[in-house]
Ligand binder design. Structure first.
Ligand code: ATP
Ligand code: MG
Length: 465
């Protein structure tokens, strides 16, 4: 498998290399082209100035002077008359020059004509100017420059270009090397993290370095890891609590069964033991039933069939059911629900919600206190408060009371004997209805549970008429 940083770097490299090559070639051609043009026009200008001199004074001394002058430069001159007879040269004439001057030429513009500009094919670049000194004194000034001279220039230029290209490639290589590593580093660490996750190691920590898409991705993976870690921890704690929860009644059952097996027992004692065994077995089966309910809720495998319910009538029937128990413990119970609020709930499930909450209020309150149920409307929401003046929940325990098997009183005494499942069930049901439940409590003073059922009043308005 090719590493992503190498792949990315290679692509960068290829793209930039192609761009660089193209622009280098383009630049090189342009420079060479304008160099040749420059040479040609200076050659032409030189020819023109010779022409001017010849037109002013045409004699052998001037011709000789011109020839002499050119022999000291890197250009050459050939002066002919109109018949093609050579009057003066600065250099011995070779075949290429011969060929050029022997060609017939017509219509030479005043500022000269370019005869040859091709550097590839020919040995010289050449221009011609015609002079007219009156009468017989007419002819042509041919100027030549050997392409070797220009090639020398070009090869120097090439050297510069090659050096520049190499430097650019070098810096490009370094830049790409670091850039592609910097870009792919978070990806690589995320790959590592997910590999760890899939191996069951949830203790990953990804630094959030940027707030672009990569940063988001890394944040999501981190959240996933944290969630998995939390779930794993929760599952372990849950299993530990369950086994503890089951061990206690099973110890009782085993102990009393041992006692009941003894021969020297009278019948009433045996029945007493059997009753205890029966009671404990009941405990276990209730516990298992509730756990099973919760498991079903967790998978969203339990169905809620919502019905339009008058919440006041609904609460009144529950009120009637629990009132005797409250009365016998000497707790005052009241229900405040004035208007006819309609809500969409599953009445069977919600009965369980209120029974669990009222059961807690009853269990954790002393006599001569008040427990109240209140229904309010706020915007489009219906809010139900269940408030008691019981022993309250310590601040440190508040975040956990909706957890499974969580109880403030860790001793799991038989007196207050719950499993710590009631509120977990309440929360699942309320949330399955798209509602929210929260708690407010002061240790020693009382507890208030608040259930918010959202967006209920739209339906009220339509169905009330
Ligand atoms: N109204 C309340 N007043 C004081 N403490 C409460 C109240 N409601 C709940 N708690 C505390 O929160 C814990 C969790 O409540 P929850 O209803 O889940 O469990 P439980 O009542 O102990 O057992 P279960 O309801 O399963 O029989 C309780 O053990 C109790 O300590
Ligand atoms: Mg309870």
């Amino acid at each position: 498998m090719m590493k992503i940083s190498i792949k990315l770097g290679l692509w960068f490299f290829i793209c930039i290399f192609i761009i660089e090559t193209c622009s280098m070639i383009y630049l090189h051609r342009n420079v060479v082209h304008s160099l040749v043009n420059e040479e040609l026009s200076s050659l032409k200008a030189r020819g023109n100035s010779h022409r001017d001199v010849l037109e002013m004074s045409f004699d052998s001394t001037t011709l000789h002077h011109i020839g002499l002058m050119e022999s000291q430069t890197d250009t050459e001159v050939v002066i002919t008359n109109t018949d093609g007879k050579i009057l003066e040269t600065s250099k011995s004439i070779d075949d290429d020059i011969e060929k050029i001057i022997s060609e017939a030429i017509e219509d030479i513009p005043r500022n000269g004509l370019i005869l040859q500009s091709d550097l590839q094919e020919e040995k010289y670049i050449a221009t011609v100017s015609s002079f007219d000194g009156g009468k017989e004194n007419q002819g042509y000034v041919y100027m030549f420059k050997s392409k070797d001279q220009i090639h020398h220039f070009i090869s120097q230029l090439n050297n510069h270009f090659i050096l520049a290209a190499l430097l650019i490639l070098f810096f490009m290589f370094i830049t790409i090397f670091f850039l592609s590593r910097a870009l792919t580093k978070p990806l690589v660490s995320m790959k590592e993290a997910t590999r760890k996750l899939s191996n069951g190691d949830f203790s990953v920590s990804l630094p959030v370095t940027s707030n672009d898409e990569l940063g988001e991705l890394s944040k999501s993976i981190q959240t996933l890891a944290n969630d998995l870690n939390y779930l794993k921890k929760e599952r372990n704690e849950f299993l530990a609590s369950i086994s503890h929860e089951l061990r206690t009644p099973l110890t009782y059952i085993k102990g009393y069964a041992d006692l009941g097996r003894r021969n020297d027992l009278d019948e009433t004692e045996r029945i007493n033991y059997l009753n205890i065994i029966h009671e404990e077995a009941d405990h276990v089966s209730v516990l298992l039933k509730e756990l099973f309910e919760l498991a079903k809720m967790d998978q969203n495998a339990f169905s809620i069939s919502k019905e339009r319910t008058n919440i006041c009538l609904f609460l009144q029937s529950i009120f009637g059911k629990v009132l005797p128990a409250f009365k016998s413990k000497g707790i005052h119970l009241e229900l405040n629900c004035k208007e006819a609020f309609f809500v969409e709930i599953d009445p069977i499930r919600f009965e369980q919600v209120f029974l669990n909450l009222l059961d807690n209020a009853l269990k954790y309150s002393k006599e001569n206190t008040t427990t109240s149920i209140e229904v309010l409307q706020e915007n489009k929401n219906i809010i139900i408060f269940i408030k008691d003046q019981g022993k309250g929940i310590p601040y440190d325990d508040l975040p956990y009371i909706f957890d499974r098997l969580y109880r403030v009183d860790k001793s799991r005494s038989r007196l207050t004997g719950g499993y710590g499942l009631g509120l977990a069930i309440v929360k699942e049901i309320v949330e399955a209805h798209n509602g929210e439940i929260s708690v407010d409590s002061q240790d020693g003073k009382g507890t208030c549970f608040k259930i918010v059922l959202k967006e209920q009043l739209n339906e009220n308005r339509f169905t009330d008429r």
